[in-house]
Write a protein that binds this ligand. Structure first.
Ligand SMILES: Cc1ncc(C[n+]2csc(CCOP(=O)(O)OP(=O)(O)O)c2C)c(N)n1
Ligand SMILES: [Mg+2]
Length: 293
């Protein structure tokens, strides 16, 4: 496959992300495709501390920090303000965590999409509230250890299934919805570029492994992100103008290949892994049917 990743960098050295941070790669790739005419809104999350303080932030694009729940409202306001100045050629992005998107920011996201603003909302999904110490979110998968679903004598890991926010955006008929991950960077660049080319609201959910939160080796971030797709745990899909298409990875992996590299799943017994396997297969069949319908 030809290399389609732009060489330009809009994220510089000097950030404070952990070694192997999937969300740092998500930002880097996103900005490469977004380009210099980008205005960014970031709610409370890891990325609200990663760039450092103004004027020494490591991003070459302007950014607005917003309250935790306010990313959707902020990008609507940025869009209106830029348009009023005749700067319709600027792209307006939100870059928000899963807690800020699946939970506290969901109403603001849904409202921004409903108003039809010409914006791109990126949810970087590290599957928990990482900045405040690994608390479970609506996007944390079944079986995961977090500090609010601790595994102790009662083995009280997360018992609820992951809420798939991209599915909710499809239900709302958002003009462009996609899932992506940093292990497939060309695919990620392509999806950001498509989002830029469509007028109206867009939503992209990027799986972004987190070494301290998932208890994995920081050298394995990209590998785990690819295994998530190959094991069908995190399917890559696109929804455009009402048409749904599902990526079928050329190489498949076992669910345990994905789970076994992460300490957050180390406590799981065979019957619990079976529960995950069944729900992964069920979801894959549901997505296949969606593609055929
Ligand atoms: C109203 C409000 N409640 C709680 C917080 C504290 N807080 C800041 S960041 C954060 C976690 C964000 O989680 P997520 O959106 O998943 O991003 P991540 O930290 O994982 O990058 C929390 C709970 C806050 N800033 N505002
Ligand atoms: Mg998170």
């Amino acid at each position: 496959m030809p290399l389609t990743i732009p060489r330009e960098e809009y994220m510089e050295q000097g950030h404070t992300a952990c070694a192997g941070c999937g969300a740092a790669l998500s930002m880097r790739y996103m900005l490469k495709a977004a380009g210099p005419k980008t205005a960014l809104a970031i709610p409370a999350c890891c990325w609200s501390v990663v760039p450092g303080e103004f004027p020494a932030t490591n991003l070459k694009v302007p950014l607005l920090y917003t309250p935790f729940a306010a990313a959707g409202a902020a990008i609507s306001g940025l869009r209106e303000g830029l348009d009023a100045q005749g700067k319709e050629d600027y792209n307006v992005f939100a870059f928000a965590g899963d807690g800020g998107t699946a939970d506290i920011g969901l109403q603001g996201l849904s409202a921004a999409m409903e108003r039809g603003h010409n914006v791109i909302y990126i949810m970087y999904d590290n599957e928990a509230y990482m900045n405040t110490g690994i608390q479970r979110s609506g996007s944390t998968p079944y079986g995961a250890w977090t500090t609010t679903t601790p595994v102790g004598m009662k083995r009280d890991f997360k018992k609820q299934n992951k809420k798939f926010v991209a599915d909710l955006m499809i239900a709302q008929n958002v003009p462009y919805v996609a899932t992506a991950t940093i292990g497939y960077p060309e695919d990620l660049e392509r999806k950001i570029s498509i989002a830029k080319s469509i007028k109206g609201p867009k939503f992209i959910q990027i799986l972004s492994p987190c070494p301290p939160g998932w208890y994995h080796n920081s050298a394995d971030t990209v590998k785990i992100s690819r295994l998530a797709v190959e094991s069908k745990v995190f399917p890559l899909y696109e929804f455009r103008n009402g048409k749904f298409s599902l990526f079928k990875p050329g190489k498949t992996a076992r669910l345990t290949d994905y789970l076994s590299l992460q300490g957050r799943f180390a406590h799981l017994k065979d019957d619990e892994i079976k529960v995950i396997e069944e729900s992964v297969n069920e979801r894959w069949s549901y997505l296949l049917k969606k593609e055929q319908s």
